[in-house]
Design a protein around this ligand. Structure first.
Ligand SMILES: [Zn+2]
Length: 320
């Protein structure tokens, strides 16, 4: 994907393209913004544009050997470091430092993308500072983070900081429909509750967030309904289904509260109950409940203690 194809981060992309057109390039960037809004995609596209053999000075062609290798993660001069939740260790930083001091193998610019840069531990951060201070001219380092508060201030101060915002709802709608073949009403639903994060929308979809059956809300709100015992895979699946049902109900309540036509509801025939229930919750409470359900579904996938998750969910929903 080239810069011209990326939806929703036009301002940031324009800044980067301007740098390239003016050949005024910083060597160290920090992309800050919520998870799932395109930081890594923009960083990888930037890497392609900087090394593209095509005609355009400020975008990638996606056809040349360099673009293709970067797309396939096989370019010798483009490295991506850092995963979801693992610490970035000092050995990895030392490897990067050894490599950054060599001339590019085939590229104009060597690119180092540090994903989840907040996972740099103190030792790694300290070791990294020197490189951030005086990076070789033929290299570009791009740090990505959703948690800038966890980064050393000294690291941040050495970078050109670009702030990514959440994607607008209509942009998300379009991406989900056009690029992920999500059905229109489902896309609308996901876009509503994923806080501007495409990553989150896709995770929710994957977790079966949209499926539903006809279990009543009163039953789901009974704490005994959530007595699930041990943290087994079976219980996780059970919990996932319940959470999806609950999400469906709260989604409808939200829709009724904002006055949306009732044929867009999952539980259209239960409008009376929805009208009655929605009075119990303010908009911000409904938002809070939704976020908690989303978080619980997400954490469930990451093997976090099920009982803790339920306790947290109950504290949010059952306070009413
Ligand atoms: Zn190219």
């Amino acid at each position: 994907m080239a810069f011209r194809d990326i939806k929703g981060q036009e301002k940031i992309i324009e800044v980067l393209r301007n740098y390239m057109r003016a050949s005024r390039l910083a060597n160290t960037f920090l992309f800050v913004g919520p998870e799932g809004v395109g930081k890594k995609l923009v960083a990888q596209t930037f890497a392609k544009a900087l090394n593209c053999a095509g005609q355009q000075q400020d975008d990638s062609c996606d056809q040349c050997g360099s673009c293709r290798k970067i797309d396939a993660n096989q370019h010798a001069d483009v490295s991506i470091l850092g995963s979801d939740d693992e610490e970035i260790k000092i050995e990895q930083v030392r490897q990067l430092q050894a490599s950054i001091n060599l001339r590019p193998y085939e590229a104009r610019k060597k690119i180092f993308i540090i994903d989840n840069a907040h996972n740099l531990n103190p030792e790694s951060s300290n070791a990294f500072l020197k490189t951030l201070e005086e990076p070789p001219q033929d290299s570009v380092i791009i740090l990505l983070t959703a948690k800038p508060k966890m980064l050393f201030k000294t690291v941040i101060s050495r970078c050109q900081v670009l702030r990514f915002s959440g994607l607008a709802r209509d942009v998300l709608d379009r991406i989900l429909i056009n690029e992920y073949a999500v059905e229109r009403t489902q896309a609308h639903f996901l876009a509503y509750f994923c806080e501007g994060s495409l990553g989150k929308a896709l995770r929710l979809k994957e977790a079966g967030f949209l499926k539903n059956d006809r279990r009543g809300l009163e039953e789901l709100l009974r704490p005994s309904c959530w007595n699930i015992g041990k943290s087994t895979e079976q219980n996780r699946q059970f919990l996932k289904t319940r959470l999806n049902m609950l999400a469906g109900w709260f989604r409808d309540m939200y829709m009724v509260k904002i006055g949306l036509a009732h044929d867009g509801l999952i539980h259209a025939q239960e409008q009376e109950e929805l009208l009655r229930m929605m009075k119990r919750y303010s908009f911000s409470e409904l938002d809070g409940i939704f976020n908690t359900i989303c978080e619980t579904l997400f954490n469930l996938e990451r093997n976090i203690n099920v009982k803790l998750l339920i306790a947290n969910l109950q504290a949010t929903i059952w306070k009413n």
